[in-house]
Design a protein around this ligand. Structure first.
Ligand SMILES: Cc1cc2nc3c(=O)[nH]c(=O)nc-3n(C[C@H](O)[C@H](O)[C@H](O)COP(=O)(O)O)c2cc1C
Length: 223
């Protein structure tokens, strides 16, 4: 698989098969992803990976808490800027509408939308879960490094026939996650990620999100 195909076929998978992923495959992905660049080669990323019994235990723990606290524990960072402005606001709206359309859930059906959203909290059935954290003393530049590391994982997953979904939805459970993973106090959770084999028959996985044209985000000079 070449890089273009990996990038083009990466999508946010929201329904996985239960098929396990071998530890050797996960290790290989992480090892290769660690070649991601970072300013000053700080390599500021930390990742915890769960599968099998610990994953089942964690999902069960969250399921128990979700009933009494559907909104979670609050986030340590703004997942979106407050009062999201254009054109970002419309993009976010469209992406949500397009996603719910794949599973025929209309805007008015708040309950079904919530049920669909809550699938985040079982990693959409994926057999592997990753949690990304970073030292609180790190700044914006190192968060960008963490993002590049995550994208590298998502692309390498494609090379292995796997799919992923990055999940900021986990940010609202940072306290429980921190305790479960025994994250050091100085580590801040950024997000989670589902990893596994895509359920090809799931309608939600048919979503192909839109992108702005190059002319909208790039300025090229001197060509
Ligand atoms: C850091 C990050 C966090 C995300 N969090 C979630 C999430 O919690 N739940 C979810 O369903 N999708 C999540 N997404 C997926 C985005 O909605 C998705 O990347 C975007 O709509 C573009 O679609 P695509 O990934 O299919 O190309 C996240 C993506 C990123 C990069």
């Amino acid at each position: 698989m070449n890089v273009s195909t990996a990038i083009d076929t990466r999508m946010s998978c929201r329904a996985f098969l239960g098929t396990p992923v071998a530890q050797s495959v996960v290790r290989q992905i992480l090892e290769t992803a660690s070649r991601a660049p970072s300013g000053g080669n700080l390599q500021p990323w930390h990742v915890h990976v769960l599968t099998g019994a610990p994953l089942a235990e964690f999902v069960e723990l969250i399921r128990g808490k979700l009933a009494s606290r559907p909104a979670g524990e609050g986030t340590e960072y703004d997942v979106y800027p407050p009062a999201l402005h254009e054109p970002y606001r419309s993009r976010r709206f469209k992406c949500g509408e397009d996603m719910y359309a794949t599973v025929s859930i209309p805007r008015e059906d708040k309950l079904l939308r919530l049920v669909q959203f809550a699938r985040n909290y079982s990693f959409f059935g994926a057999p592997v879960a990753l949690f990304f954290s970073i030292d609180r003393r790190m700044g914006e530049a190192q968060w960008a490094d963490l993002g590049m590391f995550m994208q590298s994982i998502m692309l390498l997953a494609r090379e292995q026939g796997l799919h992923t979904c990055a999940q900021e939805a986990w940010a609202v459970w940072h306290r429980t996650i921190g305790e479960f993973l025994s994250l050091p106090e100085e580590h801040m959770l950024f997000c989670g990620m589902s990893l596994g084999y895509r359920d090809e028959s799931a309608p939600i996985n048919a979503l192909r999100t839109e992108r702005a044209g190059v002319g909208e985000f790039a300025t090229l000079r001197g060509f």
